[in-house]
Write a protein that binds this ligand. Sequence first.
Ligand SMILES: Cc1cc2nc3c(=O)[nH]c(=O)nc-3n(C[C@H](O)[C@H](O)[C@H](O)COP(=O)(O)OP(=O)(O)OC[C@H]3O[C@@H](n4cnc5c(N)ncnc54)[C@H](O)[C@@H]3O)c2cc1C
Length: 490
Amino acid sequence: MEHCDVIIIGGGSAAFEAAVAAHEQGARKIVMLEKAPEAEYGGNARYSGTGFRFWHRGADEIRAFLPDMDDSLFASLEIPPYTEEEFAADLERMTLSRMDPLLARTLVGQSNAAVHWMKDAGIRWEVLKEHARLGNKRYFERGIVIHVAGGGVGQLEQWRRIATDKNIQIRFSSPVSAIHGNMHRVEGVHVCTAVKEYDLGAPAVIACAGGFQASAEMRARYLAGNADFVKVRGSRHDTGEVLNSLVAIGAATAGQWQSGHMSPIDARAPDFETPQHADGRGNAQSRYDYPFGITVNALGQRFFDEGEAQHSYTYAKTGRSVLAQPGAIAWQIYDQTGIRHHRYPHHAATYEESSDIRELAAKAGLPPEVLLHTIAEFNAACRDDVQFDPSRQDGKSTHGLLIPKSNWANRIETPPFRAYPVTCGITFTFGGVKVNEKAQVLNSLRQPIKGLYASGDILGLFFHNYPAFTGQTRNAVFSRLAGVHAAREH
Ligand SMILES: Cc1cc2nc3c(=O)[nH]c(=O)nc-3n(C[C@H](O)[C@H](O)[C@H](O)COP(=O)(O)OP(=O)(O)OC[C@H]3O[C@@H](n4cnc5c(N)ncnc54)[C@H](O)[C@@H]3O)c2cc1C
């Protein structure tokens, strides 16, 4: 049987980061096994916006990530510090205090060092395009300022170059179909390609094979109702079989198995792998501007607080709210004021438009009388005594509505009006394997399974909701840990 120092299962960003970290610690024969063919390698990372959330000390520290940026442009960026305590509080609040506290501390505490590690490894960065501009200043949502240059494919290409320079082997079209081991130790994997099958042995295996969101069968088995209707925003290859193999040998599970990162997406998006913007960064069919309008279901009624907080604190659970509506569909309604404040380019959007609400409703197939009533009731409830400010949570709320809008409550009054159809786009699932602070996979006795590590979406970590851009950071933190500790096994 062929042997190597470290086996990495997967070919996304978690996998590359683990491989590079293992190499830095002295592992030499490192083999990455990627199920997808070369043209499709990289899993969800390929579609990722590659934004990173991490605690930092503010503008001076961020400057080091943007060495080529013009001084006057950099001076226009408002970058207050985002402290470790703030990140921890965001994570705690949004996951309803259900996350393993040790892993939450590990993720938050090591986020800054992990992103610096990526920079030092050679990864290049850019400033986020999604921000509010007021005068000549640019304001970001809390904690999220930079993304990897070139977006999803850009990040993969950079990691691939770094890995190739270190002679890390990447085998495409190489699905792992079984794990060799038991609840106490792992010794290798079985690979089943279209032309041959073989065993590969190693003292350490790092599983970075993603979530199970692309398997309709597993979604139906584990997620909340209507999960068959979701659109898969990322890779079609993340179908959960490695996760199932790990559970079958005795890995403990964690995270919320009935849920995942689910955000609003164009209702007419393809079932898998929604297209990127032309510059390669970000998903062109995400519909994240709902804080600047209202959202109604097919009955013409609002059903959640569109202004609860900045989008980065609400978008990952908003898709689930849409999924629970009749037909798993909703309509985002904007007037021209709302449209002016959109941060996400909508050139690829499908929408209906009219200067008359009744006609807009007819075009969208919504009951006109109900939509007129919903908008009239909403408009009457918008407070006028608070100044609208898109750069922060402005407290310009509605009053007296059963379902409030807590911020940015401008009336829907300036035609032409638009209605964008949205449904639920799933990004990744929250249920996965349980790891410790060394990224070692634990068994059902809560003991480390010798030689087995995991990172990325395959980890069971999150519950209920998720602060934007924590996924990529989690990959960097846990892959680095996995790589370092796995390298010491050989
Ligand atoms: C549209 C979109 C935008 C996003 N934007 C952001 C963002 O801006 N910031 C952020 O933090 N997060 C973002 N995310 C989430 C983030 O990209 C993911 O959390 C991250 O890519 C997961 O990394 P991973 O390596 O665990 O999984 P993946 O990148 O999905 O990689 C899993 C890999 O495992 C392989 N695989 C699966 N089964 C097998 C098998 N049997 N054998 C071998 N290989 C296998 C897959 O082919 C794939 O290469 C976004 C996701 C999407 C879809």
